[in-house]
Design a protein around this ligand. Structure first.
Ligand code: TYD
Length: 206
């Protein structure tokens, strides 16, 4: 069994979500058992919290606590059991999003985020994080074509510049885990970058 925890990150509209299902399919064809999930969400409780997070006005501290509450339930009920069974977990966003959005975007105290991360994760970290990076203006135009904005998507370009800088800072802290994917490129080229990152993870494990 492969037992891998892979997360997908990036600003809204960067294009990560379109690549998760095809990657899951490619891994299943190779005989892997793959769980696809997302944050905030992935369990009934966490999906209920997601609704509040996306639509209910609240301050940054409440937002941070709800994100981590949802994450704890998700880890306990879905992610950790799947990894214990030796499966591959593909998760659309995880804690790097909290550092980028609540930390860099909203200005929440990084010490609080680090303390919550340690407490909530209980040692769990992704094996690989694919950071889909695109210019905020490009991401905004992709979003506008696709859907109505939620509380995060309604933020301005300056907010997404800060979030993007937050992801960059996270990558610099953990360059062995976080791989930047240039998602301004054509879909086939993005897929090639994803496969290269996976191959590098496999090579490390051998
Ligand atoms: P997203 O993956 O963008 O959902 P969708 O593609 O369906 O719109 O996630 C929803 C939002 O949640 C996104 O705007 C970022 C935000 N978010 C945080 O602010 N902090 C977090 O820790 C997580 C996981 C998400």
């Amino acid at each position: 069994m492969t037992r891998r925890f892979i997360t997908f990150e990036g600003i809204d509209g960067a294009g990560k979500s379109t690549h998760i299902a095809p990657l899951a399919e490619r891994l299943r064809v190779r005989g892997e058992v793959v769980v696809c999930t997302r944050e905030p969400g992935g369990t009934p409780l966490a999906e209920a919290l997601r609704e509040l997070l996306l639509h209910e006005p609240m301050d940054g501290v409440a937002e941070t606590l709800l994100v981590f509450a949802a994450r704890r339930d998700h880890i306990e009920r879905v992610i950790a059991p799947a990894l214990e069974r030796g499966e591959t977990v593909l998760c659309d966003r995880f804690s790097d999003a909290t550092f980028a959005y609540q930390g860099a975007g909203r200005g929440q105290d990084e010490r609080m985020l680090r303390a919550l991360e340690t407490w909530v994760h209980d040692g769990l970290q992704p094996d690989l994080t694919l950071w889909f990076d695109a210019e905020p203006a490009l991401a905004a135009s992709r979003r506008a074509a696709a859907r109505a904005a939620d509380r995060f998507e309604a933020e301005d370009l300056a907010f997404f510049e800060r979030v993007r800088a937050g992801y960059l800072a996270r990558m610099r802290e953990a360059p062995e885990r976080i791989v930047r994917i240039d998602s301004s490129r054509a879909k086939s080229e993005v897929q090639r970058q994803i496969e290269a990152a996976l191959a590098a993870l496999e090579a490390c494990r051998r």
